[in-house]
Design a protein around this ligand. Structure first.
Ligand SMILES: Nc1ncnc2c1ncn2[C@@H]1O[C@H](COP(=O)(O)OP(=O)(O)O)[C@@H](O)[C@H]1O
Ligand SMILES: [Mg+2]
Length: 315
């Protein structure tokens, strides 16, 4: 019997456009795989629709807040639709960069030293002294990003103290809390983890080399602006450390089915954890599909297997 799968895409986030592209790609791949697929946006009719239609499973390709903070996952749990991906309550751990870094660091991995600060603190204590304290504590250069980020929106590099106020304003535009961390010079990596019958395994890491030097929104979604190498050009030791980190982050944060860890390998071979994504992009320029191809696998096939896992654990 053919499965009926709903792919949730769109939503009202800054990454709506990317989500629609991810959703359509998955829609095509799964249909090609013989599944009945409904591509659906998230709106006020969603809950009644789920209850009435009772799809066999849901896949969330929403990026940004609602897709990654557990809200939609929670709704699917409440209406009893099996879904592919991380349980609602664990999505929160991954979504809060500060918490994810903390838990991953406590399990023995490296993450750039950081401070997370709320907008209120700047208002209450005055920006000047706080900026001096921050630079004194972490040094330079720094990376400033929203606590709840995505697609590098609101993220910027700060090379001198004078650039910090503008970077903070840019990050606070996306939310109340920012993460300020040490800028790590090195090779940027994206490591996908997929759970299969024999456990969680890391696919070949993607090495990201943006021509601008910064993997910002434009470099991500404009074909040709970034060169990707899959597998990443790493020594066996560093490749193994990257895989260990991604599997470790997947486990310690309680992620399920699929995740993508963003990291940077510094010249000394240390792999620094940046963040983890529970709903990785699936567009033509996204890293997860590159890793799947490099592993000699087909995207529709991988997701069809994950759909079966989601259905099986719900019974
Ligand atoms: N500490 C850091 N050092 C160097 N570059 C960083 C650092 N943190 C983030 N970046 C850059 O910013 C991008 C976005 O950061 P990331 O933490 O992955 O947030 P998000 O993808 O949620 O916006 C990364 O892909 C990387 O290019
Ligand atoms: Mg990222």
């Amino acid at each position: 019997m053919s499965r009926h799968v709903v792919v949730l895409a769109g939503g009202l986030s800054h990454e709506r456009d990317v989500s629609l592209r991810s959703g359509s790609r998955l829609y095509e791949s799964l249909r090609h795989h013989g599944m009945e697929v409904t591509l659906r946006d998230v709106d006020s009719d969603l809950i009644p629709w789920l209850i009435e239609t009772k799809p066999d499973a849901a896949i969330i390709t929403l990026h940004g807040g609602r897709g990654e903070n557990g809200a939609i996952q929670g709704i699917l749990e409440m209406v009893g639709v099996p879904y592919l991906g991380t349980p609602a309550k664990n999505c929160r751990l991954a979504w809060e960069k500060n918490i994810a870094k903390n838990l991953v660091e406590r399990s023995g991995f490296t993450t750039p030293s950081w401070m997370s600060l709320s907008h209120n603190t700047f208002r209450d204590l005055g920006a000047g002294a706080l900026i001096d304290a921050l630079v004194g504590y972490l040094g330079l250069p720094l990376m400033v990003k929203p606590q709840h980020g995505g697609s590098a929106l609101g993220a910027s590099v700060v090379r001198s103290a004078g650039e910090l106020p503008a970077a903070l304003v840019g990050a606070f535009a996306y939310g109340e809390i920012v993460v300020v961390e040490i800028f790590v010079d090195g090779v940027e990596l994206a490591i996908t983890v997929i759970e299969e019958a024999d456990g969680a395994r890391a696919l070949p890491a993607v090495e990201i080399a943006p021509s601008s030097g910064i993997f910002d929104y434009e470099s991500r979604y404009t074909a040709g602006l970034t060169t990707y190498f899959t597998p990443a050009r790493l020594s066996d030791e560093v490749a193994a450390a990257a895989a260990d980190l991604a599997i470790g982050a997947h486990r310690v944060l309680g992620l399920r089915d699929v995740s993508r860890t963003d990291a940077i390998a510094s010249p000394d071979g240390t792999v620094h954890f940046l963040e983890v994504n529970v709903s990785p992009g699936l567009t033509e320029t996204s890293m997860l599909p590159m890793s799947v191809s490099a592993a000699g696998r087909d995207l529709g096939d991988v997701y069809a297997n994950l759909v079966e896992r989601a259905i099986a654990r719900a019974v």
